[in-house]
Design a protein around this ligand. Structure first.
Ligand code: TYM
Length: 332
């Protein structure tokens, strides 16, 4: 059997996931699971950089696994695990901290944004977030990391840290490459399409959550802002609202953007927004049902996480031992 390249990604089990997470991450992962050795983590260690309710965090952790599966990711093809179940993440993060400069972390846009939003809790973990993310990726010697546009800067720093370490010692880490969708790497907020749709948006009308029911989905799409003019064309620069809706429609129907445009030739914004809402609601309904069904079988889910943690710990352990040896940690 030919050796497959390794792919790594993760999502934080925080707030409610949006269709931005679905499009930018999960839908992309689906198309890749056959061709790569895939690791998909549930990043609960990243999650606690913002204060979480413990019971909610526990519930959302297993709900995220159920969502991965309900979306069609296959446990026979992908390794799913919870980040805190593999202690190598914290251990490598500590080592990599000594290869990362404070100034680099202070410049990260997400750190600046989150520090402003959580001014009462600008903790060290929030600042260290990208180093933990680098540790995640580098432990698995990942070649590719499929993520949305908002993670581009974090991926760049992971590459820098890997190269820095490799140059000081000898090649140790695979230098990962980001995989960004050509269409859908940044789904915009429905009320303000130039802003990314976010799990933690202040205005809930701007985000479609994966748990929203059909009525809520249609209502939010009906209120989505469009642009001046009446043509339904993909032109992100001049028509960011319409282009965002066309992108969503194309991902949720499996059509190309050109085909999506053709579907709405000569139609008005009202029909268009309704059709996008229906496409999203129709796709999400069976996923929601399947997620609920899976959540009623906790034994099955825990088993997947147990096997995932074992496989992940094995792979991560190999890299960690290599690192410890190179930096001079005494071995017994
Ligand atoms: P998180 O949980 O914020 O988001 C999960 C994934 O969803 C993508 N995403 C979007 N894509 C398109 N449009 C949007 N509006 C949108 N909003 C979110 C994100 O880019 C991401 O791919 N730090 C990561 C989790 C993480 C990770 C890792 C990822 C931890 N360790 C290692 C890759 C590799 C995060 O917070 O994602």
């Amino acid at each position: 059997m030919e050796d497959k390249k390794t792919l790594y990604s993760a999502i934080q089990p925080t707030n409610n996931l949006t269709i931005g997470n679905y499009v930018g991450a999960i839908s992309n992962w689906l198309s890749l699971q056959n061709d790569y050795d895939c690791y998909y983590a549930i990043a609960n260690m990243h999650a606690i950089t913002v204060r979480q309710d413990p019971a909610e965090l526990r519930r959302k952790t297993v709900a995220l696994l159920a969502l991965y599966l309900a979306c069609g990711l296959d446990p026979q093809k992908c390794c799913f695990y919870v980040q805190s179940h593999v202690s190598a993440h914290a251990e490598l993060c500590w080592v990599l901290n000594t290869f990362t400069y404070v100034g680099e972390m202070e410049r990260m846009t997400q750190f600046k944004d989150k520090s402003a939003r959580h001014a009462e809790n600008v903790n060290m973990g929030l600042m260290d977030y990208p180093v933990l993310m680098a540790a995640d990726i580098l432990l698995y010697q990942a070649h590719y990391v499929p993520v949305g546009e908002d993670q581009r800067q974090h991926l760049e720093i992971a590459r820098d840290i890997a190269q820095r370490f490799n140059n000081i010692y000898s090649p140790t880490f695979t230098v990962p490459e980001g995989l960004f969708l050509k269409v859908g790497a940044k789904i915009g907020d429905l009320q303000d399409p130039l802003k990314k749709m976010s799990k933690s948006a202040e205005n809930a009308n701007g985000s479609i959550f994966l748990t929203d029911d059909k009525d809520a989905i249609i209502r939010k799409f009906k209120r989505a802002v469009t642009d001046s003019g009446s043509e339904i064309l993909f032109d992100p620069e001049n028509k960011p609202g319409v282009s965002n809706l066309l992108t969503i429609y194309s991902v949720f129907t499996g059509k190309t953007v050109k085909e999506a445009e053709a579907d709405f030739e000569g139609k008005g914004y009202g029909d268009f927004k309704l059709a996008v809402g229906e496409a999203v609601a129709d796709k999400l309904a069976p996923i929601q049902l399947e997620q609920q069904r899976l959540l009623s079988d906790r034994g099955y889910l825990d088993n997947i996480l147990k096997e995932g943690a074992e496989k992940a710990a094995y792979t991560a352990g190999k890299t960690l031992r290599k690192v410890y040896k190179k930096i001079g940690f005494y071995q017994i």
